[in-house]
Design a binder for this molecule. Structure first.
Ligand code: AMP
Length: 219
């Protein structure tokens, strides 16, 4: 199965990508996570992307495409992958199309997480992460056992720099301008399925099951 998860920041893409990857044994390719790992490891790519990410802007297409093609080629070809937060511009979507044609990968479905602004802001402002492993919590919806402390490593949880209110606003503007046009792009290709991003996790998973069954994608 080869899926793309499309939607604004805070729509629930990461949470659902992780669940789907476990269930169907897929590789989770989250562009933002890969960038953050590169920043933590202080790689050349991480150094190039850091400032842009912290300001809530998009990293240039060429850098993202090159990074994601490498990741897709390394993923298990048999079981497939979930692209989470990629593509995010028309340029990236066109480059991904050309890559898929070249390498004989076909996307099965693009899930568009349709999520309202108040839910997005609540999810992003309550999000806390482990700065080393990237594990994600939410102060109310997915709290750690001890307030502010990671269940797995005991480290202090932090708020992502780009989850500060001003940067959230910027990221939502960038989403509307750069990423929303992808909804039409994939609709025209017959790949788009809308999903109700405001739903809680179990309800939304049940909704995804129905889509997979309808498309004969359940494995
Ligand atoms: P995310 O974790 O998906 O919210 O991504 C965090 C940040 O990484 C974004 O705000 C961008 O700065 C950068 N980023 C992630 N994915 C992409 C992409 N497909 N294109 C450009 N920049 C990206």
């Amino acid at each position: 199965m080869k899926l793309v998860l499309l939607g604004p920041p805070g729509a629930g893409k990461g949470t659902h990508a992780k669940i789907l990857c476990e269930r169907f044994n897929l590789t989770h390719l989250a562009a933002g996570d890969i960038f953050r790992r590169n920043i933590r490891e202080n790689t050349e790519l991480g150094r190039k992307a850091k400032d842009t990410i912290e300001k809530g802007h998009l990293v240039p297409d060429d850098l993202v495409n090159e990074m994601m093609f490498r990741e897709i080629e390394n993923a298990d070809r048999k079981n497939g992958f979930v692209l989470d937060g990629y593509p995010r511009t028309i340029g990236q979507a066109e480059a991904l199309d050309a890559f898929c044609a070249r390498t004989d990968y076909n996307l099965d479905v693009v899930l568009n997480f349709d999520t309202s602004e108040n839910v997005i802001i609540d999810r992003l402002s309550g999000r806390r992460v482990n700065p080393t492993t990237g594990r994600v919590y939410h102060v109310r919806n997915m709290p750690p056992k001890v307030d502010g402390i990671c269940d797995e490593t005991g480290e202090k949880l932090v708020t992502r720099k780009d989850d500060q209110p001003e940067t959230i606003k910027k990221r939502l503007e960038v989403y509307e301008k750069e990423t929303q046009p992808l909804i039409d792009f994939y609709k025209k290709k017959g790949l788009l399925q809308d999903v109700p991003g405001d739903y809680d996790v179990p309800e939304l998973q049940a909704h995804l099951n129905q889509i997979f069954e309808r498309l004969n994608l359940a494995v």
